[in-house]
Design a protein. Structure first.
Length: 214
């Protein structure tokens, strides 16, 4: 006897029995389709609302509250990007102490990884941290940035250093009196703004410095 089709079976059933039959035999398929639709919808929404990282600034030092970071980050995005819905400037912090300022600690390893992969574009560090890590080459020679010399540098205290080749150059800018960053209310006047050589967004470094130094 020829097996009847699903359509034929459903056709001869009452409405309530028809729904019960479909649910009993096809609920796994129904759940799978619903999950697939939700996944696709979530993926599309994420892609539509996703923001490109314009720049990443990391404060390496003492604890800063999330509220303070958020306020300064919002200000950066407003002043520099005019709250661009497609791009964002991220500001975060890595808490570091004198014990893990350099070496094989978890914090130091995490920091080294983020710098090596270009995740950090610019950082705010203490002079002590700078001196302890200068020889590793993780700080950019700011003089080598095209257009850097045209900035109003005379208004600010610059950090110069002689590298292993005997060449002296600017490697940082002390943050005291720097526009916008002052809102972080950092207590250490020896904190320095530095750029990272292998930054993924290095093309924006000069633009960021112009905002900080204006």
């Amino acid at each position: 006897m020829k097996k009847s089709s699903l359509f034929s079976k459903l056709k001869d059933m009452p409405s309530n029995q028809r729904l019960s039959y479909i649910w009993d035999y096809y609920k796994i398929h129904i759940f799978s389709i619903i999950i697939l639709i939700l996944f696709i919808s979530s993926f599309i929404y994420t892609q539509i609302t996703k923001k490109n990282e314009f720049f990443q600034i990391t404060y390496i030092g003492n604890y800063i509250s999330s509220n303070t970071l958020s306020a300064v980050s919002n200000n950066l995005n407003k002043e520099i990007l005019s709250n661009d819905p497609k791009n964002i400037i991220n500001l975060d912090t890595i808490f570091i102490t004198n014990d893990n300022i350099k070496g094989n600690s978890n914090v130091a390893n995490k920091l080294s990884t983020e710098i090596a992969t270009g995740e950090i574009d610019m950082a705010i560090v203490s002079k002590k941290f700078f001196d302890a890590n200068f020889s590793t080459g993780i700080f950019s020679n700011l003089d080598s940035i095209n257009g850097f010399s045209s900035l109003p540098l005379s208004k600010y205290n610059l950090l110069t250093k002689t590298n292993s080749k005997g060449k002296t150059a600017v490697y940082g800018i002390y943050i005291k009196n720097l526009n916008i960053i002052n809102n972080l209310d950092l207590k250490n006047d020896n904190d320095v703004l530095v750029a990272i050589p292998n930054s993924l967004n290095s093309s924006h470094t000069l633009k960021m410095l112009k905002i900080f130094l204006k």
